[in-house]
Design a protein around this ligand. Structure first.
Ligand code: FAD
Length: 404
């Protein structure tokens, strides 16, 4: 008889794990996926494109209903899991039913953070995490509501761009002195700012939001220093926090995320976590590629094969049409790497490659990103680059003859 394996969360990590298990461990497990969202797992990354009107919300499902049916996966969506009973190896779900498991995988993702400032509970304050949020933001934009987006990281930029494109006047506030400061250096961030402004987004740097004003609904945002910015809606895009409550209440070891080992196993035998809710070697990832790598490892482990997750080299790709921005690896050169820089302000192109110990350690590209995946591959595979050192800045094609 198949062993009952339950996955909590019907997001991107859960869908990838189900797909990988269907390849590696077909028939070994009776798989059930229980998720709080009221629809089939979808590509969350594409919500930005939904907001920008580039793709329809119903076109972003990761797999059709028939896939789940044909692979024998029991799906319960619109269903919140409220408790894990470790002793009875049971889950409690919203309508008081319980579901037994032999193995359990937590794939509960993250929740968006709201700034703890007065007024953050007012009507008109929102976040951008799921497809219901995207629908709501589209409604705001259709009414031409004046929106302030708080947070100049990838998510905030994509929200601001999407809203502006959909018709809202948008101001983007960022606490730091440059956009995407964790992914971009000063020059690339300055170029990005000018490109985003050209898309109709007003950008305010060094902007410390101290209060949201309004009686019952948002009317303005106040910055430290007293500047007031009129707003009918505020979108917080100021970070995420792993969803760990279920694990924590059950006594499973957590830190910032749910602590897992190289097999994605928590401190409890047979209970695993992956994706944004998991913390591996002190790192909680906020991107989809690490979640997919973890899913491949976990599926092999659950199939009884040798497998270990070693951590991921992450890359960031901004999805703002006509604004190419990419960053990966150690682009600062923190460990004494040397930087090769190309800065063509007139063409709006900036590239920085960091080389350490004869290998590409990191890259930042702004304005021109067609070679991003090639650079990422060089970083991940740690190939020696001495032979292509001079040409690699100009892309894969010029470097190819010597690389061969
Ligand atoms: C607008 C946007 C753009 C993004 N762009 C990029 C990008 O360009 N590149 C990139 O790499 N990443 C991007 N991301 C991040 C990426 O979407 C996440 O890293 C990825 O979705 C993580 O997958 P996950 O399965 O861990 O979490 P999620 O996809 O968030 O899935 C978790 C699921 O668990 C459910 N859940 C939580 N608790 C419970 C419970 N108790 N019971 C039942 N269900 C529960 C949630 O409702 C959710 O559906 C973006 C995210 C957003 C919001």
């Amino acid at each position: 008889m198949s062993e009952p394996l339950v996955i909590v969360g019907n997001g991107m990590a859960a869908a990838k794990l189900a797909e990988e298990l269907s390849k590696t461990a077909l028939g070994r497990y009776a798989i059930a996926v229980i998720g709080a969202e009221p629809r089939l797992a979808y590509n969350r990354v594409l919500l930005s494109s939904v907001l920008a009107g580039e793709v329809a919300s119903h076109d972003i499902e990761l797999k059709p209903a028939s896939w789940w049916r044909d692979h024998g996966v029991t799906l319960k969506y619109n269903t919140l899991v409220t408790e894990i009973d470790l002793g009875r190896r049971e889950l409690k779900i919203e309508n008081e039913e319980s579901v037994s498991f032999s193995k359990l995988v937590l794939a509960t993702g993250s929740m968006p953070l709201r700034l703890n400032v007065p007024g953050s509970e007012l009507a008109g304050v929102h976040t951008f995490r799921d497809s219901r949020d995207a629908d709501l933001l589209l409604t705001l934009a259709a009414k031409r509501k004046r929106v302030v987006v708080v947070g100049g990281g990838l998510l905030g930029l994509e929200a601001a761009y999407g809203l502006a494109r959909a018709g809202s006047p948008v101001t983007l506030l960022h606490l730091m002195d440059r956009l995407m400061e964790r992914q971009l250096d000063q020059s690339a961030a300055a170029l990005l700012k000018s490109l985003v402004e050209r898309k109709g987004v007003e950008v305010v740097l060094n902007a410390n939001t101290v209060r949201i004003h309004g009686n019952t609904a948002v009317e303005a945002v106040e910055l430290a220093g007293g500047r007031m910015i009129e707003a009918e809606a505020v979108i917080f895009a100021a970070g995420i926090r792993p969803n760990v409550a279920l694990a924590k209440d059950a006594g499973i070891s957590i830190n910032r995320g749910i602590v897992v080992d190289d097999q994605m196993q928590t401190g409890e035998p047979g209970i695993y976590a992956l994706g944004e809710c998991a913390e591996h070697r002190g790192v909680c990832y906020g991107l989809v590629e690490p979640a997919y790598e973890q899913a491949r490892v976990l599926a092999r482990h659950l199939a009884g094969q040798e497998a270990g997750y070693q951590g991921s080299v992450v890359a960031t790709n901004l999805k703002v049409s006509g604004v190419g921005v990419f960053s990966a690896g150690d682009f600062v050169g923190a460990d004494g790497g040397e930087a090769i820089v190309l800065n063509d302000a007139k063409r709006g192109v900036y590239k920085k490659l960091v080389i350490a110990e004869g290998r590409l350690a990191g890259a930042v590209l702004s304005g021109e990103t067609q070679d991003a995946l090639w650079y990422l591959d060089l970083i991940r595979t740690r190939q020696p680059v001495a032979a292509i050192r001079t040409e690699m800045m100009f892309g894969r094609a010029p470097a190819a003859p010597k690389a061969a």
